[in-house]
Design a protein around this ligand. Structure first.
Ligand code: M6P
Ligand code: ZN
Length: 203
């Protein structure tokens, strides 16, 4: 991508529609799909992830519809995030999760459908877990990595808005993971310590 051209792009006023129940944007510039086969290692029980793939085949964990907005200070990125229902072992389907490359940038998620959690963790271990359900908005402060987790039977759909130049940093999450995970226990979601914290990249 040529950043110089991108940074000089003039954004004209526009609007876009998307269905509240399935989160599909009418006219997206980009549609990202994340499948289990590429993400087995992000689950605490990666053996259960491999077994799931073997038994049921590949499955779409989550997807994102977004408009192309210049990645510069002053603009706002916005997209819909759709996390599908399901579990690997007892851990719910979720997004990869990321820090913002520019750490001093926040994000707002407004839940449109489904139910679940937003897990937020700072590099120093401080964390927050907020419930997501229709009509609820979550504020992810600057310096917090964040991940959407779907704990219901239908997709968790949110609108996300964040600074134009925030960027995504997946590195430390891919290698170390989040300190906490959300699992089903006695039929209900529960947050526990991640048994593979710090060594998610190991097999
Ligand atoms: C939300 C936003 C996006 C993000 C997406 C998927 O829609 O936060 O910026 O890309 O969720 O999450 P991830 O990038 O962690 O896979
Ligand atoms: Zn973000």
């Amino acid at each position: 991508m040529n950043l110089e051209i991108e940074n000089n792009t003039i954004v004209k006023p526009f609007s876009v529609g998307w269905a509240q129940t399935d989160g599909i944007m009418d006219d997206p510039d980009n549609h990202v799909e994340r499948y289990l086969s590429k993400l087995t290692n992000m689950f605490a029980d990666s053996d259960a992830a491999a077994a799931y793939l073997e038994e049921k085949g590949d499955v779409l964990l989550y997807e994102v519809y977004e408009k192309s907005i210049p990645r510069r200070d002053g603009e706002l990125q916005f997209c819909t995030s759709i996390t599908h229902p399901g579990k690997i072992g007892n851990e719910y389907f979720m997004t990869k999760g990321h820090f913002h490359a520019r750490r001093d940038t926040a994000e707002v998620y407004y839940c449109l459908n489904g139910s679940g959690f937003m897990l937020m963790e700072k590099e120093n271990g401080e964390h927050g877990l907020e419930k997501m359900y229709p009509g609820r908005a979550v504020y992810v402060p600057a310096y917090y990595a964040h991940r959407s987790i779907c704990t219901g039977n239908v997709p968790l759909i949110s609108l996300a808005v964040y600074p134009g130049d925030a960027g995504h940093d997946y590195g430390s999450i891919e290698s170390g993971g989040f300190k906490h995970i959300v699992v089903e226990k006695n039929g209900k979601p529960e947050v526990i310590e991640n048994p593979r914290y710090g060594r998610m990249a190991d097999n």
